[in-house]
Design a protein around this ligand. Structure first.
Ligand code: SF4
Length: 150
């Protein structure tokens, strides 16, 4: 598989790239969201590993709580569970219980707010962000390269 790792922490990125490479995958690393967006919209990857923390969310440590308590009772695992957190257009969308508004990390990365409809969705008011990035990636892919002959 060809994998894109989007991770700003160099040590964590190196660990992930090493592990995935040793597992037989071809791995590229983007050290920030902009590079990740550019590479990620190129269509060259089978999978992406994205480091994106959602601000204001605390996740429990299983050394201090049970997995059951963490899953059912913590804010981190409940904030975006179900459909109650949704705003329009997701709140009234017929698809809301199928895709649950898409990816929250992606919404934060592209729309700047974790409560937005995933910009991948054509109904998202932020869908244009993705279209512009895809167009920029397509133009960059088609750009002629200078070849020097020695
Ligand atoms: S992301 Fe799009 S398809 Fe999914 S619930 Fe929201 S508006 Fe509907």
């Amino acid at each position: 598989m060809r994998v894109l790792v989007i991770e700003d922490d160099a040590q964590t990125a190196a660990y992930m790239v090493k592990g995935l490479t040793e597992a037989g995958h071809t791995v590229d690393h983007a050290p920030n969201g902009r590079d990740g967006l550019f590479l990620g919209t190129s269509g060259d990857y089978d999978a992406m590993v994205i480091d994106r923390m959602l601000p204001g969310l605390d996740f429990p440590n299983v050394r201090q709580t049970t997995v059951r308590q963490a899953w059912y009772d913590s804010d981190g695992f409940n904030r975006f569970r179900g459909t109650g957190w949704m705003k329009e257009p997701c709140a009234s969308c017929d698809e809301r219980e199928k895709d649950f508004g898409g990816c929250r990390c992606q919404a934060l990365a592209l729309a700047g707010r974790a409560t937005a409809a995933d910009p991948v969705c054509e109904l998202s008011p932020f869908h244009h962000v993705l279209e512009v990035a895809a167009q920029e990636a397509a133009v960059a892919t088609l750009a002629p390269r200078r070849i020097s002959v020695a």
